[in-house]
Design a protein. Structure first.
Length: 288
């Protein structure tokens, strides 16, 4: 049980990495990005291709993936989503849904349906190995990266002019524009940040689990669970939500069997929503 709890906490760090991008997009734009999972898997494939084709180490491949995904995110926001943001929530939601279908089929066409895994020496290493407890280096690295990113983003949002413009835009678009903030550009730059984080999450996921072109839906559901438990738009809540989901999954699997571990995790999600409909951290960290 101790092993399940510790591994669940570390797995929660990886889950929070999956959910940070979605949480930020919702907190800043009020947009539920249905293409989030497919965009993450696209970043995973980019890292894999760069690693295999160019022989780069994983860090260099991840940096290249981050750059490509940041550019792609800027283009998506500037030329697709921004054009329909003024028309209500439904058109922007449908744009992300269409983008999800396009990306999943594009990746299927290019990479086929075979399962893939990014080679990573950390995934097979244990930091601690004892009779009662072992800690995976891959899970530990994911957890540390998640904590560092969440702290860094919180500082950026609270202490920088860019963060203040983002928060002003998320609170009141018209007031922000009257104060000279280019809200469309603020949205685009926010998407750039989200895509950079999503690319890092894709590398961590691809180094830990096998993935397919259709894996985006699976991780979209996990991202939903994480951000809903923590509170939509809350950065600190995203980490807590990931930990709750990870611990519930592994403890549930230990008690009831591995075949129902995700079912147990989502039962916990439903219980939390029944008690706290807005999530554990209802107030958005982005909008403080």
């Amino acid at each position: 049980m101790i092993q399940c709890i510790v591994t669940g906490v570390l797995l929660g760090g990886l889950y929070s990495m999956i959910g940070i991008g979605m949480s930020l997009v919702f907190g800043i734009m009020g947009l539920t990005n249905l293409a989030h999972g497919d965009l993450m898997i696209l970043g995973t494939y980019i890292t894999m291709v760069v690693t295999n084709a160019l022989g780069c180490n994983l860090i260099i491949s991840t940096i290249i993936s981050v750059i490509v995904m940041c550019v792609f995110g800027f283009l998506i926001q500037q030329f697709l989503v921004n054009n329909v943001m003024d028309k209500g929530d439904a058109p922007a939601l449908l744009v992300t849904f269409g983008l999800s279908i396009f990306l999943s089929n594009l990746m299927l066409r290019i990479f086929s349906a075979d399962n893939q895994l990014i080679n990573n020496r950390f995934s097979s290493m244990n930091v601690i190995t004892s009779k009662y407890l072992s800690i995976s280096a891959g899970y530990l690295v994911s957890f540390i990266i998640a904590v560092v990113l969440i702290i860094g983003l919180s500082v950026v949002m609270q202490r920088t002019n860019f963060g203040r413009s983002i928060r002003a835009t998320s609170d009141d678009v018209m007031a922000a524009e009257l104060m000279g903030v280019n809200t469309k550009m603020a949205y685009a730059l926010a998407m750039v940040i989200c895509m950079g984080i999503t690319a890092v999450a894709g590398t961590l996921v691809g180094s830990t689990f096998t993935f397919y072109p259709s894996s985006g839906t699976q991780y979209l559901i996990i991202a939903f669970g994480v951000v809903v438990i923590g509170g939509m738009g809350s950065l600190a809540g995203t980490l807590i939500g990931g930990i709750v989901l990870g611990v519930a999954q592994l403890v549930g699997g230990n008690i009831f069997g591995s075949g129902v571990q995700m079912l147990v995790a989502y039962i916990v999600l439903l219980v939390i929503l029944a008690l706290r409909p807005n999530g554990l951290f209802a107030r958005s960290a982005v909008r403080k």
